[in-house]
Design a protein around this ligand. Sequence first.
Ligand SMILES: *Cc1c(COP(=O)(O)O)cnc(C)c1O
Length: 381
Amino acid sequence: MSEYRIYLSPPAQNGSEAAALLQTLESNWLAPVGPALQRFEEDLKHIQGDKEILALNSGTSAIHLALKLAGVGAGDEVLVASLTHNATINPIIYQGATPVFVDSEINSWNISPAFLKEAIENRVAKQKRVKAILIVHLYGMPANMNAIVKIAQEYGIPVIEDAAEALGSSYNNVPLGSIGEYGILSFNGNKIVTTSGGGALILQSNEEREHALYLATQARDQAPHFQHSEIGYNYRLSNVLAALGSAQLQNLNEKVTKRRDVFNQYLEAFSKLNNKFNTEIVTTSIERNSDFSNRWLSTFLVHPYNEITAETWRLALLKAGIEARPLWKPMHLQPVFQSFPFYGNKTSNQIFANGICLPSGTNLTSKEVSEITEIISSLYT
Ligand SMILES: *Cc1c(COP(=O)(O)O)cnc(C)c1O
């Protein structure tokens, strides 16, 4: 853990966390449910455009419950972005369903509407039961929601938004996670806001929230004794961690501004590099007019030049004690998921092959970013 001087995306405190936690401890609300949990959900509701919120113990559990609510069960299929974290996929398997992987579009790196359409037509023609479209807003960048929603409506299939990395991002001014039938957020340790571990499910109605709450708390029937008619889960976020979450949310806007500033500083340095060699050595994902990305991680594509690749960058930074990482490896390339269908032209293979995540922490200084861009630029001279 101590091998790096500069980490990729370490947790950042704003100074209000310790007091919030202490207050919760002193109130003795150590029980899983309590006033801090309710407040955290209200805070999130406010951020997410007044949608219903259920705070959970992870983003993965939120995806699992969204799939349950969407009616995904054994033998069903879920169309899902291939370029993502495996936590997007695992709950599909928990439900006994089949993931059908869809390739990326090159601009946003997110699910390609063209290949999504091709996949739906093909699966439906094969009489497969496609029950949900699970899209991801990777690294905070909005997916092409207008096109996706249009296709989903044409076939009457619900959209689930994995906005685990996209708190603070928006599409046409609508917060990501609040556009589809269901959305999910993650508050894992490396995300822009953390509860050290946690997540949330975003829902359209109170009725659905009540149903999700019932499933998340062991599916207990209305009775003085413990009676169960269904299989439930223990997925609720603890009241103590919720207090940490509300404290972390206090400066969400500043956090987003900071991450975007870091990204823009990198972008400026790499534009200079491109200009100097008069070729596109470095490119990145691009915001459309509709898009506002939190730039959770600053991610770039390093097009091989004089045998310098993304891996050359990573090793040079590692030598200086700086953590950089490849992008998520597409799910259709993962040994565990290789038997599942894939629709696309391998754009995501290319993105993965050339991609890199650079340090993007909220507390990263512009001096540190300069140090990183200088190490990289010096590789080319
Ligand atoms: C972090 C992440 C998740 C999972 O969230 P957890 O809270 O770690 O369970 C899901 N999808 C994506 C894209 C993520 O980055």
